[in-house]
Ligand binder design. Structure first.
Ligand SMILES: *[C@@H]1O[C@H](CO)[C@@H](O)[C@H](O)[C@H]1NC(C)=O
Ligand SMILES: *[C@@H]1O[C@H](CO)[C@@H](O)[C@H](O)[C@H]1NC(C)=O
Ligand SMILES: *[C@@H]1O[C@H](CO)[C@@H](O)[C@H](O)[C@H]1NC(C)=O
Length: 302
């Protein structure tokens, strides 16, 4: 029963996405990010942000546990008019650990071309968002009303000379849905293993509290930006850049500009990082201690 309700909700969500031309926001022009309404404009916990690595507080938050990410899933690919979104069918996929307050369920993943998060001011070619909602809530829409309701993992893709073969099956589908005017949804030809879209090593990541990066910009998301990047070739990026948006314009980019960090802290999880490193022992104190130990030794010697 619960599953049926879930499936129905899922279909409703889809229909909302497929309602062409009803969107009143865009990545440029008079409906561009500067004009997005409400909390998008007034919020103080907005995403994305520029991550200044020197300012990030190093700590060990615990490792992330990706459950069933290595299973093979049937998937469909949707042109939402703002992004390319991938939905998986089958057993639920979970994210926990990494100091997350609870277990989170993967809802969907989507891409931004032009990365949204930047590291020390540097933008990458692509960013994948894996959107999860807290298992304490029935669906992603409802979860987004609550603090800590969502957990989003961001994977940055940097330009490489070689194609990323793991993106190929998705890119084939992108070509099919890139014009909203034809079919907006298509099934992947082959099963998708989500873990292949993530870097193998997630022992280093950035963590902060923020929002969804599209209207209504709900401030409900625990962000995890993986430090290690994945590759993508220029010709692969070009396929994303040919996607047509809800206004029948080419969606050349779909990244929201970075937002003020404000009073928030960005943490840098490093596996095994000892809090002892965090005690910034002033150099002068070390000198004084050293001086006294020399004195003591001197006193002891005959
Ligand atoms: C989501 O869950 C809430 C709370 O259980 C429910 O009221 C709502 O109808 C559900 N569906 C959608 C699409 O939000
Ligand atoms: C594209 O949309 C227009 C207007 O809605 C319609 O007339 C046309 O037949 C559509 N073309 C295709 C290929 O679906
Ligand atoms: C979309 O744009 C293409 C070319 O830019 C044009 O041929 C087509 O008629 C347009 N479709 C709609 C529905 O406006």
């Amino acid at each position: 029963m619960k599953f049926l309700i879930f499936a129905a909700v899922f279909l409703l969500d889809r229909d909302a996405f497929l309602a062409h031309g009803s969107d009143d926001w865009s990545y440029w022009g008079e409906n561009g990010p500067e004009h997005w309404p409400g909390i998008c404009n007034t919020g103080e916990n907005q995403s994305p942000i520029d991550i200044i690595t020197d300012d990030a507080v190093k700590t060990d938050l615990g490792s992330l546990k990706f459950t069933r990410y290595d299973f093979a899933f049937s998937a469909d690919v949707v042109n939402t008019g703002h992004s390319i979104q991938v939905g998986l069918t089958g057993v639920p996929i979970h994210l926990k650990g990494g100091s997350l307050p609870t277990t989170y369920v993967l809802d969907q993943m989507h891409f931004h071309w032009g990365s949204e998060h930047t590291i020390n001011g540097e933008q990458e070619a692509l960013e994948l968002h894996l959107v999860h909602y807290s298992k304490d809530y029935d669906n992603v829409t409802y979860a987004s009303e609550f603090e800590n309701g969502l957990a989003v993992v961001a994977v940055l893709f940097e330009v490489s000379n070689e194609d990323n073969l793991y993106l190929e099956q998705i890119l084939e589908a992108v070509k099919t849905v890139s014009s909203l005017n034809s079919t907006a949804t298509t099934k992947l030809q082959t099963k998708l293993i989500p873990s292949l879209l993530l870097p193998k090593d997630h022992s280093s990541y950035y963590r902060y509290y923020g929002s969804l990066t599209t209207p209504e910009c709900k401030e409900a998301a625990i962000w995890t930006v993986l430090d290690n990047k994945m590759p993508i070739s220029v010709s692969q990026i070009e396929i994303f850049r040919k996607v047509v948006n809800s206004n029948n314009e080419t969606l050349a980019y779909n990244n929201r500009p970075t937002q003020d960090l404000g009073s928030r802290t960005v943490y840098h999880h490093l596996e095994g990082y000892s809090s002892a490193h965090n005690l910034q022992i002033p150099k002068t104190l070390l000198v004084i201690v050293g001086f006294f130990s020399v004195l003591m030794q001197g006193a002891r010697s005959p």
